[in-house]
Design a protein around this ligand. Structure first.
Ligand code: PA5
Length: 455
């Protein structure tokens, strides 16, 4: 199970000006937290509440269909190309980067045991897109286009380009190289998929993009590259059970939610750094940044700014600011109990200033770096929480992501905001539609042009 250490946000360690009296606050908020947790669990099955992501660990049907399709296409493709952006890409990136062997796409077919390479095209940069599409043999590529709305301009323009290239190469058989993940009923992609006869999977109702990693949005790419999705589902179920506990003293998501809320509202810590000490968890920070930013940035005044960092790399880039710059941040470390490999540093250059490293392991070094950075931060009265996972595997990773989702939902409830909408994202999307001449957005286009002419 995941552990949370919040000793280093306590006022006994970092002083009352920057820290909290944890015991006292947990007692103070005991009933509020219990009510929030019961309320989330009561509302999760109701339509329109956007809480269906809390049921994804129990969706046996999706798991079955995903596995069936993955086994059907196994051995047919050398590459999986995921087209999507934001919530339709970040969960997939975070999980595949963490769970596939490092540098997966550079391994030989034999080293990958015949499983495909995987690429996420999550931007519309013309140079990187051209580079990737020139490099891939599209006839041996399965394209998974993922968009809940079915109309996001970035994803749909990628799709239109790739579809054309596939059709030119494969004729009408191109459709067997496409699988679409989108809304069950609505949206342009759903319409096209039905007309053209693509295999489709569903982004369930009431699951927002940033909460969709354990729907077919993530599970399909995971199964296609051979990840053990049952292990992930077990992790979610066990975590879900633990987080149903309404006692804050037993519920780590509630504890971390309350700490972040109080440090922001009482102590001015309005920035939140996510810093895993594991390169494999690098994209968990990207995923978390979206989850936290889109969920909590609301109402013109709520929104602790999330920042991504990587230990130990960013000790040499960001830590100066965190130690000595404005004391307005809470730093979240993620630590790994046991790495898959132990890497010894050879005993060479013994009589030089680096001789002390010889005979130690890199494992010990990365942990020592995390310990020393935490001590340095707390010396400077900066609050630090540490989340520890036993190992980077499907079970622990699914627990971590689900725990952070529940933490976000509880934090949003503490701020009393709508955690599950994203009007700011929609507004920018609508302006893009208007600028690019989409029918129905003519008025917006005029308004936009007037605004642009003003500056
Ligand atoms: O979380 C969100 O709602 C957004 O970031 C979306 O995931 C993103 O805009 C992509 O949307 P869609 O899946 O509709 O293409």
């Amino acid at each position: 199970m995941i552990k949370l250490c919040c000793n280093y946000v306590d006022e006994a360690v970092i002083g009352a000006e920057n820290g909290l009296n944890i015991k006292h606050e947990f007692e103070n908020y005991k009933d509020t937290i219990a009510n929030i947790i019961s309320d989330l669990n009561k509302r999760k099955d109701k339509p329109g509440q956007w809480l269906q992501w809390m049921n994804l660990g129990y969706s046996e049907e999706t798991v079955w269909y995903v596995k069936e399709y993955a086994s059907m296409v196994q051995g047919r493709f050398e590459n999986i190309l995921v087209l999507g952006i934001g919530g339709s890409a970040l969960g997939g990136l975070a999980v595949t980067e963490a769970l596939l062997k490092p540098y997966w796409n550079l391994l030989s077919e034999e080293q990958r045991k015949g499983l495909p390479r995987i690429f996420f095209l999550d931007n519309i940069d013309p140079d990187s897109m051209t580079g990737l599409l020139n490099m891939l043999d599209l006839s041996k590529t399965l394209v998974n286009v993922i968009t809940k709305s079915g109309s996001t301009a970035e994803t749909m323009s990628q799709f239109m380009i790739v579809k054309n290239m596939l059709e030119q190469e494969l004729g009408s058989n191109y459709r067997y190289n496409i699988v679409a993940t989108t809304d069950k009923r609505t949206g342009v992609l759903r319409q096209i998929a039905e007309q053209e006869g693509y295999k489709t999977f569903v982004v369930p109702d009431d699951v927002g993009g940033r909460f969709s990693v354990f729907s077919a949005v993530g599970l399909l790419p995971f199964a296609l590259v051979g990840l053990d999705i049952d292990e992930m589902i077990n992790g979610i179920k066990d975590m879900d059970l633990a987080l149903k506990n309404t006692d804050i003293n037993e519920n780590i998501a509630a504890q971390n939610a309350l700490i972040h809320y109080l440090l922001d509202t009482k102590k001015g810590k309005n920035m939140c750094v996510m810093m895993p000490y594991s390169s494999r968890l690098k994209y968990v920070s990207d995923w978390f940044v979206q989850l936290w930013a889109e969920s909590l940035g609301k109402n013109d005044y709520v929104g602790p700014t999330p920042i991504k960092a990587l230990g130990a790399t960013d000790q040499h880039s960001q830590i100066q600011l965190y130690n000595e710059g404005p004391n307005n941040k809470i730093i979240n470390f993620i630590r790994v109990g046991e790495f898959d490999n132990t890497l010894e540093i050879p005993q060479i250059f013994e009589y030089t200033g680096i001789g002390y490293l010889g005979g130690k392991s890199v494992n010990r070094l990365i942990n020592a770096e995390a310990d020393s950075t935490r001590v340095a931060l707390t010396d400077c009265k900066r609050p630090v929480v540490t989340i520890t996972i036993d190992k980077v595997n499907g079970y622990s990773l699914a627990q971590l992501l689900y725990m952070l989702e529940i933490q976000t939902a509880i934090t949003g409830a503490l701020y009393n905001i709508d955690t599950f909408n994203q009007p700011g994202v929609e507004q920018a999307k609508n302006y893009t539609y208007a600028l690019m001449g989409r029918a129905g957005y003519e008025e917006s286009a005029q308004e936009l042009q007037a605004k642009m002419a003003m500056v």
